[in-house]
Design a protein around this ligand. Structure first.
Ligand SMILES: [Fe+2]
Length: 224
């Protein structure tokens, strides 16, 4: 465990201040081209009701996430939409046919996802908590480069850093909905005395999402 912590800190030190490499701007880019463009992350123009979401998060019990081999430390999760509230891992891990369902413990958050969030077809939607002093070990989630999950910061304590190999610190502030290419190796270290609460959203992009992504792309390059 200590060794992992040391590795994470070395990674953080090496890449924290690296400037992200963004591909050249393309004025008439399509949604699919954007998705596979090599952009490491894209802050999406989505207004997130963080206070209401946090209020509900604080009422639910989170379970330890991916702690089988001590690979992470202080990482907990709760499924807002999933096979169950405690089924926080990928579908293939469970290998069963339980249907996905919404929790009834976070009604305002669920309503926001159903009525406002730009998706109709959701896979896993989870609350993630990284405890003070906790870390998520260096990993990449997929081999294929593409923007896929959206990571929403509900809280963002100072000293809690999400760092991507070759792209540096991912610029989260409270309420950022960040579309991420998690084929890039990354780590998160919470060197603060507050828990960090995020949501991870896996969903199929709909037209509304595509429009938001293209608009957010222009904004990122100051063309909007
Ligand atoms: Fe990850």
């Amino acid at each position: 465990m200590k060794q992992l912590d040391k590795l994470n800190k070395l990674f953080l030190k090496r890449f924290r201040n690296v400037e992200a490499t963004f591909p050249e701007y393309c004025n008439d880019i399509t949604f699919d081209q954007l998705r596979f463009s090599g952009l490491p992350y894209l802050p999406l123009d989505i207004a997130v009701p963080v206070e209401k979401i946090l209020q509900e998060i604080l009422t639910v019990d989170l379970v330890a996430h991916r702690d089988d081999h001590g690979e992470h430390n202080g990482w907990h999760s709760f499924s807002i939409h999933g096979k169950s509230e405690t089924a926080t891992r990928e579908d293939s891990y469970y290998n069963d046919n339980r249907p996905m369902q919404w929790t009834d413990k976070m009604p305002t958050t669920v309503k926001w996802f159903k009525d406002v969030y730009p998706a109709d077809n959701f896979a896993r939607v989870r609350v993630m908590r990284l405890d003070p002093g906790g870390y998520i070990s260096i990993h990449s989630d997929t081999e294929n480069s593409r923007l896929d999950p959206v990571n929403i910061s509900v809280t963002q304590p100072e000293g809690c850093d999400f760092v991507m190999e070759k792209h540096g610190l991912v610029p989260f502030t409270v309420g950022t909905a960040m579309w991420l290419d998690v084929s890039n190796r990354h780590t998160v270290i919470n060197d603060s005395d507050e828990p960090r609460y995020h949501l991870i959203v896996h969903a199929k992009p709909n037209k509304k999402f595509e429009d938001i992504a293209l608009k957010s792309y222009k904004k990122l390059y100051n063309k909007g």
